[in-house]
Design a protein around this ligand. Structure first.
Ligand code: PMP
Length: 454
């Protein structure tokens, strides 16, 4: 197999010169299927990847919903390089470095929640999964701190995705992520909000289903409010196929949570940083939770990092007790990693200078019309769009659920378009720098595949 280059420069990396595929145990991948016909990306710039054979591939998914400012941003690379050569790593326990405080301050200024209820107390993590587990632990610790120590139960939602920690899979609602593993005790779930009989081919929020939020009342009646610490939802469920909250649903959930002393957590790992055309889903919907989890777009995907945005109220309640005692027994070796903070600061600057956090709002009408123009193609049973996101649901083949969408995925890849599929749902979420012409390309390449693959 020759010597694999240590720096994977496109010109010396071809399929004949790649490393062995055997050792890397790939995440969320059918390893054997993939390794039989691998798809290997080698470089990225702007809206495009280039694979190891030199083919250009239009990125219809911002990597995994994370490269919101587009690929290969030199400003981020330079900031990371500068930071790594200045100080590569420093501990964050009982020790600090200015860049983490600086990044938290800048994030705090832009935090969701409006002037009176800013969620500007920020806990750094290494990923979305860590952000979720952190938020759940903060919620439980907060309840205990205010004398509500019986509130240890956390509520999620069917078809929710909150990463892969034990907390995240327990509040998550995906059977494949849950069935093999033991769950946190005491979790429960709201029903999901997807109702194709009443809402289909909708642009923006579906009209029907706000009353599904009342499931929280039912769980209060079942378990007792005094056992429930928090409820966590994705404002827009992304990974499980772009499921949108019905009009009024999130407001209703907020009101019920308030009524019963239950904290509301929005998982904004996908919706944060401009995906809906506003900085956060909190801003888009005008509903303010108590905690917001983020990752992905926080550093434009360039360095792994997550952050939990907390209300001052929660933060301050935990700052009790003797001053020389640790307030929250939680944290990661890489919390506030200097290189990640450098990437995050540079990312924020790009978002602001280029107006990317609101660009989705300008482009949404064009994007949504373009995506909905696929309506009528074979096997499409629903199209859902919001901001710069789309979910296109296909009917499943009788004996092979997911096979049709997977075939479309591989076909699009061959034709130079990266889409994402989950089951028989196609999810699209291009970088926020996308131009109208590229939207047209996404729609025409995808449309051609959908027409061809029956
Ligand atoms: N929450 C949500 C809403 C997500 O979409 C994801 C990732 N797709 C996660 C949590 C987990 O993030 P990570 O993969 O960075 O752990």
């Amino acid at each position: 197999r020759g010597n694999a280059p240590t720096i994977y420069q496109l010109e010396n990396l071809t399929m004949r010169n790649t490393p062995s595929l055997e050792n890397y145990w790939m995440p969320f991948t059918a390893n054997r299927q993939f390794k039989a016909v691998p798809r290997l990306l080698a470089s990225a710039e702007g809206m495009y990847y280039t694979d190891v054979d030199g083919n250009k591939i239009l990125d219809g998914t911002s990597g995994l919903w994370c490269v919101n400012a587009g690929h290969g941003r030199k400003r981020i690379a330079d900031a990371v390089a500068r930071q790594l050569t200045t100080m590569d790593y420093a501990p964050s326990f009982q020790m600090g470095h200015p860049i983490a405080f600086d990044f938290a301050e800048k994030l705090g200024e832009r935090a969701p929640g409006g002037p009176d209820a800013k969620l500007d107390r920020i806990f750094f993590t290494g990923s979305g999964s860590e952000s979720v587990d952190t938020a759940l632990k903060i919620a439980i610790a907060y309840q205990r701190a205010i004398g509500q120590g019986t509130r240890t139960r956390v509520i999620g939602r069917e078809r929710g995705y909150h990463g892969v920690g034990f907390g995240g899979i327990s509040v998550g609602g995906l059977v494949n992520n849950r069935r093999v593993f033991p769950m946190l005790p005491g979790t429960d779930h709201l029903r999901h909000t997807h109702n194709p009989e009443r809402n289909s081919f909708v642009k923006g929020l579906p009209a029907h289903g706000a009353e599904l939020a009342d499931d929280l009342e039912r769980l209060v009646a079942l378990h007792g409010a005094e056992t429930i610490a928090a409820v966590i939802v994705e404002p827009v469920a992304g990974s499980t196929g772009v499921l949108l909250p019905p009009q009024g649903y999130l407001e209703r959930l907020r009101a019920i949570a308030d009524r019963h002393g239950i904290l509301l957590i929005f998982d904004e790992v996908i919706t944060g940083f401009g995906r809906l055309g506003a900085p956060f889903a909190v801003d888009y919907f005008g509903v303010v939770p108590d905690l917001v989890t983020t990752a992905k777009g926080l550093t434009n995907g360039a360095i792994p990092m997550g952050a939990v945005f907390s209300s001052r109220h929660i933060h301050d309640a935990l700052m009790h007790g003797p001053e020389n005692q640790i307030e929250l027994f939680h944290g990661y070796t890489y919390s506030g990693h200097p290189a990640a903070c450098a990437a995050g600061l540079a990312t924020l600057e790009i978002y602001e200078e280029e107006g990317l956090l609101s660009r989705g709002a300008e482009l949404a009408p064009y994007w949504q019309d373009a995506i909905h123009s696929l309506n009528g193609l074979p096997n499409i049973i629903d199209i859902r769009t919001i901001g710069l996101v789309a979910g296109i649901e296909l009917s499943s083949r009788k004996d092979a659920p997911g096979a049709r969408a997977y075939e479309i995925f591989t076909d699009c890849f061959k034709k130079g378009l990266l889409i994402r599929v989950t089951g028989d749902i196609i999810a699209l979420s291009p970088p926020l720098i996308v131009e109208r012409g590229e939207i047209d390309t996404i729609v025409s390449v995808l449309g051609e595949s959908i027409r061809r693959i029956s």
